[in-house]
Design a protein around this ligand. Sequence first.
Ligand code: FPP
Length: 240
Amino acid sequence: MQSTLLSKLHVGIIMDGNGRWATARGLTRLEGHHAGVEAIRRIIEAAPHQGIGTLTLYAFSSDNWRRPTAEVAGLMTLLRRYLANEVEMLARNGVRLSVIGRRDRLPDGLAQAIAAAEAETAGGETLALRIAIDYSARDAILHAAISLSGISHATRTDFARLVTGEPQPRDVDLVIRTSGEQRLSDFLLWESAYAELHFTERNWPDFDAQDLAVALASFHRRQRRFGGLTPHALEPAFGS
Ligand code: FPP
């Protein structure tokens, strides 16, 4: 990840409420997810102007496989179309896309489309956009632990590299969850150890740049001490 992006905020968003947004309008749940993609476009455009260097969006959790087959298939089609339609625009705007989560259970061709999109946007320096697909933070931590078994010493940074898959792991500063739910649902558990949390009643398809600004204003009013007594904007170096 580019070092200039590392000095900016990392915001994670749990994009919740697509289904309720759709039901309230007499639409199908899938139409709610389509509207959710519009919100993604708005937030990607707004994020670099609001001090965000890394944006991680929770698009599909490993537990979402439990949803009806038609909804899962619809979401996978939406992801595939998103990659096909948006990658050129992302590359043009300096957005570096990466996908976190398992790739071995995705439908045919999606893992290849993801790899191609990552390669096409690899030079982006305006925003690191990470999309979590078939993602489980517990699984990420478990696999990092398994890959270290037999090793007697590892620093937190070593471990964070394994958990996040990033050569320069960046803790999450702020987690936003829409639709009034107040839980983390297996999202970025390691990286969010000192994250501030912001919950809003707004359903994801209605979330816009103004809502993002409200969340960030609330974040900037918080005093972050990382267990110490002195306020710090970002996590101070901690040894190991
Ligand atoms: C949660 O709302 C949302 C999801 C599980 C899917 C999020 C997906 C998108 C926003 C679109 C696809 C993403 C990309 C990157 C193309 P919910 O369905 O649980 O809503 P509910 O709680 O109201 O039922």
